[in-house]
Design a protein around this ligand. Sequence first.
Ligand SMILES: [Zn+2]
Length: 415
Amino acid sequence: MSTARPDLSIDRLIGELQALAKISEAEPPVVTRIVFSEADMRARAYVRELCEDAGLIISNDAAGNTFARWVGSEPDLAPIGTGSHIDAIPNAGLYDGCVGVLGGLEAIRVLQQLGFKPRRSIELVIFTAEEPTRFGIGCLGSRMMANVLTPPQARALRDNEGRSLEELRAKAGFTGALESVAVAPGRFHKFLELHIEQGPYLEEEGLDVGLVTHIAAPASQRIVIEGEGGHAGGKLMPGRKDALAAAAELILALEAAAKSTRAIDTVGTVGICEVFPGAVNSIPSRVSITTDVRDIDRARRDGVLEALRRASNEVAERRGVKIATELINADPPTTCDPEILAMLENSARAAGKKFKRMVARAYHDSSFVSCFAPTAMLFIPCRGGVSHRPDEYSSPEWIGSGVHVLSRTLAALAS
Ligand SMILES: [Zn+2]
């Protein structure tokens, strides 16, 4: 069984991951890197320099997405894309996103050292702001490339201090019209993102890599129920318009609708419930809940939302309360490209890696890339499934496995 390739320099890659982690707004080992912060800009410069050292041609778009291209022998063909993000939520670790960027670079360097000559160019992408920390919306760069976030919507974005995306990207040196960010189908021939699993299953099952077949996507809503308040003793039960009792019916209706699909991948959650006025002796007059429905199948997910809407109408009518529903977001679930998956499987076999096909439960830049290119993801284990924490950890062996399978697959795709 061939395990590691002698030319895969895992020490170099781990060293670079650790060096990148030190470029942080927080004391190491804590990684905090908010988009367009001073730390983000230094991290971008560090990665850019590594890419230049590898002979890659760098360009940026107006949103600050960065492209580092290894030019193929037929440079007019659509390139093979790989990459991820290097921004990090407050109090994060050093593997989320960065493994896909620096691991993608390492995969390219491995192929260079092997003397491989790509026919199609291979392009490493560093997406702007996968994390929603600054602007409240995740996958900003890839979302704009997919035109799921339109230029007018992007121009309206503000951070907590009221600073606009326009102002911050200009300050970071990314100019040009936002209209130029969206790309047409065919921008990449294929796209493949390496990422840590952010769940415990690969480690628990003793596997080296996971081949992602679907990426689930959330739809979230805010539902406000207006009833009628009053004294909890003074007002008798007949004729009450208790907003919380109505909300309770909606919460159970959501649970029932999510279960009714009989699909393991449909999940529905109410994670926030705010009760007004919130006193022990007062009938709730107003309740706000948020719903989060996820699935790998858009029609099935939207069916749950529709069932919830019907339940809302029925409850509002029967209880005499007002129910207003606001859609916060509804992102597209992804079905990964069967051709890339077949190549990943061949690569994993050839590399002697243990693998399984699996669903990604959190969304990624790949969710949006899949709107304009055939896409797949490659997962590696992370200890205990821990992510978005300073103790996030993926072993050099796991990372090496991921890069090994990635490099073989990129070579097959670019040939
Ligand atoms: Zn990530």
